[in-house]
Structure formats: structure tokens, C-alpha cells
Ligand binder design. Structure first.
Ligand code: LMR
Length: 331
């Protein structure tokens, strides 16, 4: 899809106004920020293939990975304006418009991927979060998994909460993530994903948190010395579209595009974790990290305790009902 990037300057990619081979087709531009060999990158490619197949090529899905078209700060507005028709921002980034979506950023909120999926399927969590998108011309179609985040740092292994003291960490744009790092005495720096590698390389930041697939595919492990397997937070995606665009699709097209999406979602659910595990092995094989440290249960409990004040701090902003509903999943 690199060859298609010359269309990236077009500010109206919607409907049937695509160019060249897309002349009579309905163009769906899909913008994302990660590499192609990640859960989201692979899912986007699979969605492209299936959507085109199920609509007998009446739809032309154009995937733009690696922040080629828009970075984190721009993509929500691009979907709202129908400059791209679909995107799958991390839930943390949706929280810029809807702070309630920070629920997924609360440290140690989910025990496993199944709990996240259960949350998204429930009316009181997923239903509530998806329904609010409509007030901003957005429609939530699906939730895609990536996986749990791990910590990396340049200077030393992160084992005790006090190891965070004074270290500068990149965060996605989410106040909860900032607060999580402040709770352990670190300095959070919000930054788009596309800038993380060079910020690490140049020492603008000391560390970052991300999934193994994002760490591996963007080579963060080559510019960091230590990684802690902490599984402290979850990274997943809201697959969103422009509401007017979606509702304006012919019924049969919409049905088949949704079918392609549902199959893709199922695939990411079944394979996201595996891809992250494979990436851990590749990170080990590369041998660029000095140490990969796995927190013991006791050490993890010290992190949980240190980060716990974040829940109280965001009770009003996220909503006590939502927080209680997520906590209930643990019981
Ligand atoms: C990040 O900014 O670290 C992630 O949201 C990137 C992504 O989309 O997985």
C-alpha cells in the first residue's frame, strides 16, 4: 500500500471519489500508526483482503500503516472529517474526546485478555463507551486486542516502585497514564507513537511502556537496556468509522464489510497474544537488552499498591460505575 500514499494529500477520500483503479469503488482509507507485523497491522491487512473479497471488489480498502498518513494527534479528527473512513486508535487516545475511555489505562485493572473482552462485550462497559462516540460523528465498530504493556528503561532494571524515581517515561495521551507514572515518582511525557524511537535514541526520554509487538517492531529494545515483564496495563484498540459514511453505505456493502471486520476481530482475539509472545522470543534472540526481568507476585503487589491512588483520583472523571464494573470482573 506504500504506492498509494501519493493519495494521502487528498482531503476527500470518501465515497466513490477514489482515483485510478478505485474509480467505481467505495474507498475505505484505514489509517494506523504501528508496523505491519503487529496484531493491528496484520488485522488491518486481513480486513482489507476480506472486505474486498466479500464485496466482490466493490470496496477498495486502503491501509496506511506506520503513521504514514496521520499520527496519534490527528487521526480522530481525520475520521470525524471523513478524510479517512476508518482507524483503530488505542483506547487511551480516544480518551482525548471521552475521558471515560481511560478506564483501560488504569494500572492492573484487567487480569487477562479475556477480562478485557468481557468488559467490551458488556452493556455497562463496552456498550456505554461505544454509545458515547456518536456525539462526535464517530461509530465504534469493534475492539481489537493488542496485549499487555511492559516497561523498558535505559538506566536500570525496574523492580521496585522506587526504581521509577525521577525517570522520564513516554506515555500515550491519557491523564491516567501520566498519573500512573507520577504515583511512582516518575516524570511522564505524552508523545505520539511515531516519535518514541528517536526520543529514546536521543535520550529525550529514559523509558517507555508498550506491548512486546510494538517494542519489537519499532526496535525500542535496541535503544533501551532493560525490560520488565510487568503486564501492568492493557493496550487495545477501538475500531472506529465516520458515522455518516458508515450509515450511507448501501446495506449489502455495509453488511459484508461488517462481516469482514467481525472475522478479523475474531482472528486478532485468537492471535494477538501469540504474536506478542513470539515477539518476546525475538527480542531475546536479538540480545540487545542487558536484562529482561520478570516481576514476582510480591514485587507486582508493590507496584499495584503504589499505583492504586490513581483509581481514587480518576473516580469522577472516568465514573465510579465504570470503575466498579471493571473491578467486578476480577471477582
Ligand atoms: C502507542 O502509542 O504506544 C500505541 O498506541 C501504538 C499502537 O497503536 O499500538
Amino acid at each position: 500500500c506504500g504506492a498509494r500514499s501519493e493519495e494521502s494529500t487528498s482531503d476527500n477520500g470518501s465515497g466513490s471519489e477514489g482515483k485510478g483503479e478505485s474509480e467505481d469503488k467505495i474507498v475505505i482509507k484505514f489509517s494506523h500508526v504501528v508496523a505491519e507485523n503487529t496484531p493491528k497491522g496484520k488485522a488491518a491487512a486481513m480486513f482489507e483482503e476480506l472486505a474486498e473479497k466479500y464485496t466482490d471488489d466493490k470496496v477498495d480498502v486502503q491501509v496506511f500503516p506506520n503513521s504514514q498518513l496521520y499520527n496519534d494527534d490527528e487521526v480522530l479528527a481525520a475520521v470525524q472529517q471523513n478524510n479517512v473512513q476508518m482507524a483503530a486508535p488505542a483506547t487511551s487516545k480516544v480518551s482525548k474526546l471521552f475521558p471515560e475511555w481511560q478506564i483501560f489505562d488504569l494500572p492492573f485493572a484487567f487480569l487477562n485478555t479475556e477480562a478485557v473482552q468481557e468488559a467490551m462485550e458488556s452493556e455497562e462497559i463496552g456498550g456505554k463507551l461505544f454509545s458515547m462516540l456518536k456525539s462526535e460523528q464517530l461509530l465504534g465498530l469493534s475492539m481489537w486486542d493488542n496485549g499487555f504493556k511492559q516497561m523498558t528503561l535505559d538506566e536500570k532494571p525496574l523492580i521496585k516502585p522506587s526504581d521509577f524515581e525521577g525517570q522520564k517515561f513516554r506515555v500515550m495521551s491519557s491523564k491516567v497514564l501520566e498519573s500512573q507514572f507520577e504515583a511512582v515518582g516518575a516524570n511522564p511525557t505524552p508523545m505520539p507513537f511515531s516519535e518514541v524511537y528517536s526520543a529514546l535514541e536521543q535520550g529525550v526520554i529514559d523509558g517507555q511502556e508498550n506491548t512486546l509487538s510494538n517494542i519489537y517492531s519499532k526496535k525500542f529494545h535496541e535503544v533501551q537496556n532493560y525490560m520488565t515483564i510487568s503486564n501492568h496495563g492493557y493496550l487495545g484498540y477501538a475500531v472506529i468509522t465516520n458515522e455518516e459514511f458508515w450509515n450511507g453505505l448501501p446495506d449489502d456493502i455495509r453488511k459484508n464489510v461488517k462481516k469482514a471486520l467481525d472475522e478479523t476481530t475474531q482472528w486478532v482475539r485468537e492471535n494477538g497474544q501469540r504474536l506478542n509472545e513470539e515477539n518476546l522470543e525475538k527480542i531475546k534472540e536479538d540480545g540487545t537488552l542487558e536484562e529482561i526481568y520478570e516481576l514476582s507476585d510480591e514485587e507486582k503487589q508493590a507496584w499495584i499498591d503504589a499505583m492504586n491512588p490513581v483509581y481514587k483520583e480518576f473516580e469522577d472523571e472516568i465514573g465510579k460505575d465504570l470503575i466498579d464494573a471493571v473491578k467486578a470482573l476480577r471477582d
